[in-house]
Design a protein around this ligand. Structure first.
Ligand code: SF4
Ligand code: SF4
Length: 91
């Protein structure tokens, strides 16, 4: 079944953040404001506590503020059927 994004923003809230790719890290090399949310090889982490954030720091009004250089994981979401069902409400 074809996935059509409903722009609900659920994929931008906790627990499904992931690991930046080499390409992501290259995109962010001059963006310390982004890199500060990468800890222990994962995004998006609280720079103070080191714990995973509940909501992505780049989400504003259900839009991605770093759309052009957002993680590949986000660009490819939902990559698996399980994610489509769990987060996107697909059949
Ligand atoms: S980087 Fe953008 S697309 Fe990825 S979780 Fe944050 S707001 Fe969502
Ligand atoms: S959870 Fe799925 S439907 Fe909702 S914004 Fe993310 S990709 Fe789109």
């Amino acid at each position: 079944m074809e996935h059509i994004c409903k722009k609900c923003g659920k994929c931008c809230h906790g627990t499904i953040y992931s690991v930046p790719t080499d390409g992501d890290l290259l995109n962010w090399k001059d963006h310390p404001e982004i890199l500060k949310f990468v800890k222990n090889g994962h995004f998006w982490m609280d720079p103070l506590t080191g714990k995973m954030l509940e909501s992505c720091p780049w989400l504003e009004n259900n839009l991605c503020k770093i759309h052009e250089i957002k993680p590949e994981y986000c660009s490819n979401f939902p990559a698996f059927e399980g994610l489509r069902k769990k987060y996107c409400g697909d059949d």
